[in-house]
Every structure is written in structure tokens, then in C-alpha cells.
Design a protein around this ligand. Structure first.
Ligand code: HGY
Ligand code: MN
Ligand code: MN
Length: 409
């Protein structure tokens, strides 16, 4: 392990600030929903930065942006990646840190005139967040071959905009076939997005894997009626059914170990104060590190919702939005992250990721690991998301070490 190289922390911080200024929100965060004008501006900025670093920039058919630094030998690349799209109330670090950390590693290799044996690549995957189009990790899922380009391009957002049309509108439907670049290994630098590292001494998280994720959409059909004249017993209230399903989903988290549930989207139609709802559409984000427990929770919620709909004489349709199993990372690569952190004198601990990441897909293709840095206050998907300059520089130094190690092995 070469330990005398270091990244340039101020350059890393200033690139992060430059990207954060694109889609900046008044609350101090970022809003770059996938394939929006703000995402396009971020993509344009990223491609220019990649080219300025001497990377060969390629874009694939689902808009994944790949910057390649040729190594001394032909063969699969050591890949660093993440995403630059954000949720609507996003922060400055989620995703951006992994892509810009990759740029910083390349810039450091350029400064030191180091050309590793293997190719090095930095990838910004399309629509990692899944906030606008489903599923999340869509770009890396297509890269993996888990979803066809056509199926992915046919996804529509809540306002009916179609992914493929938006991709062409912003000019990022590229010529490359997703997965065109073979990966020897994949590393993703990311903020923890939770409170563990901060509360347990800080330092680096050597991520062991990612918990399972199931996203469902449920649409409840009732009977619109007058909110003032219709006796309660005659109502077919889709809003009441949605509320009961939300409470039931919460209750599964109190009795199934490790279970999480979030009803993050609720759309009521017609949405008038004095009309009993006709249609209510909700999403459920269910997670658990254990697949059997995740399945148990999903089955219980589906059964409750169907049964309650029947009792209330309402209609219900349910569709999958995302379904990714718990994904372990490669022991060897996890050990390299741990070893690099220790050799740099940093505290390091193994931990699982509560959030989904593109690494969840790349782990199906090559040995993969992630590097976490502390999230202050454990906040994320929140404009107040924050990590210190020192911690993000530490994370990028660990990334540099493991990439150099694997790219020259
Ligand atoms: O949903 C997630 O866990 C990730 O932020 N896309
Ligand atoms: Mn992320
Ligand atoms: Mn996120």
C-alpha cells in the first residue's frame, strides 16, 4: 500500500462547492432531480471537469456518464462512482462526494504523474435517487443488465414526463451500451447519511453491504362525495384507507426486527377540502437487512391493505417500484478500505448501509466496497446535510489508497 500520496483537500472542497452551486436551494441544499434542467447543468459541468482532467468522456444509452483514464495495460478498469442527481430536498454531499472524490483521485494521479497499470474510471449514474423516476439506482441497474434501456426509458414521473423523452431533451442519450466498460473493482465514497459514525468516534465506515429495499405503489379507489352531507357510515373514503395502511406499515416496524417503513408520497384526488377523496396514491419504502423479514413485512402490509379495502368497499391496485435484495460487499475490498484507513491513522469501523447506492448494483458485477464519512447530525435528504472538510478529505484519501492498491496489483 503506497501511503505517501495525498489528495488536495481544498481542491476537493472547491469542486464540491462548484457542483453544489448548480441547483442550489435557498435552504443551503441542492435540488437536481434526475433529467431536470438542473441535472443537465450538473452533467454539463461534470463532463467539462472530466475532460479538463484528461479523461475520455463517454455517455451510454441511459445517460450514465463515464470518464476513463487509460492505464498502462489493457483490461477491466478500477471504477469509482456515485451520482449527481438529488432528491427534491437534497444536500450538497449525497452522491456528489463520490463522483467528485473520484475526480480528485484522478487529479492527484495527474499531479504525481502516476499512470496505474489498470484503467481508472469515474462514473456518474443516472437517476440513482429514484425520487423522480423509479426504481432508484436505475442507471446502474441498467448498467448491470437488470433492466433494459427500453424499459427504463419508458418510466414516467408523477407528472407524466417520460424518462427517455427527458433524457433526449437534455441531450444525454449517449451512444454507448450500458455496461460497455468492464470493471475489475468498484469503490464508492459516500456520506453515511445516518448518525452512527458521528456518535461512535467518527472516522471511516468500511461498508460491509446494503440492506434490502422494496418500494411499492398502492392506489386506493373510493367514491367522491360531499364532505358535509355524507354520513360517515356511507362514505367510501380512500383517504381513510391510506391512513390505516400507513399506521399498519408503521406497526410492522415495531414487531419485525430491523424493519423500516416510509410512506413518502401521498397524492389525494381531487384534493378539495370538502370532497371525500376519490383516489389516493401512496408509495411505501420498506427496508430490512434480512430478506425473509422484509418479505414478511411486505406480505403483511399487502394482506392488510387488500383486506381493509374489501371491508371498506374500496378498490386497490398495487405495483412494484423497486425490489433489491440485501447485498453483501467483497470481503477483500472491505479489508482494503479498513487497511487504508488504518494506514492513514484514521478510526475505522465496519457497518451496513441503510441507504441504497449504485454499489448495490456494481457488487453483482465485480468486487465492490464503499467508504463512508460521518454525516453531522445524521441528516441526509435534507438541505442541512453536512460533512466536514477534514472528514471528506480523509474519505478521499482512503479512496486514493485503495484505488492505487487495486489498480497496480
Ligand atoms: O433510496 C435510497 O436509499 C437512495 O438514497 N437512493
Ligand atoms: Mn446517494
Ligand atoms: Mn440519496
Amino acid at each position: 500500500m503506497q501511503t505517501n500520496q495525498r489528495i488536495d483537500g481544498s481542491r476537493l472542497v472547491s469542486r464540491l462547492a462548484a457542483l453544489a452551486s448548480i441547483g442550489a436551494t435557498p435552504e443551503g441544499g441542492c435540488r437536481r432531480l434526475a433529467l431536470s434542467d438542473e441535472d443537465k447543468a450538473g452533467r454539463d459541468w461534470l463532463c467539462a471537469e472530466m475532460r479538463a482532467l484528461g479523461l475520455d468522456v463517454k455517455v451510454d444509452a441511459i445517460g450514465n456518464i463515464v470518464g476513463i483514464l487509460k492505464g498502462q495495460e489493457e483490461g477491466p478498469a478500477v471504477v469509482m462512482g456515485s451520482h449527481i442527481d438529488t432528491v427534491a430536498t437534497g444536500g450538497r454531499f449525497d452522491g456528489a462526494l463520490g463522483v467528485i472524490g473520484g475526480l480528485e483521485v484522478v487529479a492527484t494521479l495527474n499531479d504525481l504523474d502516476i499512470r496505474p497499470k489498470r484503467d481508472i474510471a469515474v462514473i456518474a449514474f443516472t437517476n440513482e435517487e429514484g425520487a423522480r423516476f423509479h426504481p432508484d439506482m436505475l442507471g446502474s441497474y441498467v448498467w448491470l443488465g437488470g433492466m433494459s434501456v427500453a424499459e427504463a426509458q419508458a418510466q414516467a414521473d408523477a407528472d407524466g414526463f417520460v424518462l427517455g423523452t427527458e433524457l433526449r431533451r437534455i441531450g444525454y442519450e449517449g451512444p454507448e451500451k450500458p455496461g460497455f466498460l468492464k470493471a475489475h473493482a468498484y469503490f464508492e465514497l459516500h456520506i453515511e447519511q445516518g448518525p452512527v459514525l458521528e456518535h461512535e468516534g467518527g472516522g471511516i465506515g468500511a461498508v460491509t453491504g446494503i440492506q434490502g429495499i422494496t418500494w411499492l405503489e398502492m392506489t386506493f379507489g373510493g367514491q367522491p362525495n360531499h364532505g358535509g352531507t355524507t354520513p360517515m357510515k356511507y362514505r367510501k373514503d380512500a383517504g381513510l384507507l391510506a391512513a390505516r395502511v400507513n399506521v399498519f406499515a408503521y406497526e410492522t416496524t415495531t414487531r419485525i426486527p430491523g424493519q423500516l417503513a416510509n410512506m413518502g408520497f401521498i397524492r389525494v384526488e381531487p384534493g378539495n377540502v370538502n370532497v371525500v377523496p376519490e383516489t389516493v396514491t401512496v408509495t411505501l419504502d420498506l427496508r430490512n437487512p434480512d430478506q425473509a423479514r422484509l418479505d414478511e413485512a411486505e406480505a403483511a402490509i399487502r394482506a392488510f391493505a387488500e383486506d381493509m379495502a374489501r371491508q371498506m368497499d374500496l378498490t386497490i391496485t398495487t405495483r412494484d417500484l423497486a425490489r433489491f435484495p440485501p447485498t453483501p460487499f467483497d470481503d477483500g475490498m472491505i479489508a482494503k478500505v479498513e487497511g487504508a484507513a488504518k494506514s492513514l491513522g484514521m478510526p475505522v469501523r465496519r457497518m451496513i448501509s441503510g441507504a441504497g447506492h449504485d454499489a448495490q448494483m456494481m457488487a453483482q458485477l465485480c468486487p465492490t466496497a464503499m467508504i463512508f464519512v460521518p454525516s453531522i447530525g445524521g441528516l441526509s435528504h435534507n438541505p442541512k446535510e453536512f460533512s466536514t472538510d477534514a472528514d471528506i478529505a480523509s474519505g478521499a484519501n482512503v479512496l486514493l489508497q485503495v484505488v492505487l492498491d487495486v489498480a497496480n496489483a
